[in-house]
Design a protein around this ligand. Structure first.
Ligand code: HEM
Length: 104
């Protein structure tokens, strides 16, 4: 068989690893990316779609291998959060301040 007809083996298939953490904190895309401002998704970022077409925010991936559970997730996250907020009073020991601006 001609080398051109040979399917590429898994070992030689290039893999692309994207730094999504970096994209989602890029100050060229987001104003104050390290600030915890969930209300921005109700105002100036209200049009951002998390289903994988707006690459500045892709919590469930994008393309053919993106999250299969995304429709379920988008319903369940609200329900789970509502249950938690309704059922519990959240506080820290000694009312310690929680820095929401940094992660990992
Ligand atoms: C907040 C909850 C969830 C988040 C943030 C999430 C996120 C993700 C991400 C980032 C991927 C990898 C996408 C990629 O490789 O490009 C993925 C894959 C996947 N997720 Fe989720 N997921 C969640 C919940 C769920 C649930 C509830 C289900 C099933 C009921 C599910 C089923 C899957 C499956 C089957 C894949 C593999 C798809 C594939 O490789 O073809 N996920 N998810």
């Amino acid at each position: 068989m001609s080398p051109l007809r040979t399917a590429p083996s898994l070992a030689t298939t290039p893999q692309l690893i994207t730094n999504i953490w970096n994209i989602q904190r890029d100050p060229c895309i987001w104003c104050n990316p390290s600030e915890f401002q969930p209300e921005m998704f109700l105002t100036d970022q209200a049009n951002v779609d998390v289903r994988g077409q707006h690459f500045e925010l892709i919590p469930c991936g994008s393309g053919r291998r993106s999250c299969l559970g995304i429709s379920l997730v988008l319903l369940m996250v609200h329900l789970a959060l509502a249950h938690l907020l309704q059922g519990f009073d959240f506080e820290t020991p000694l009312d310690a301040f929680v820095d929401m601006t940094k992660s990992a």
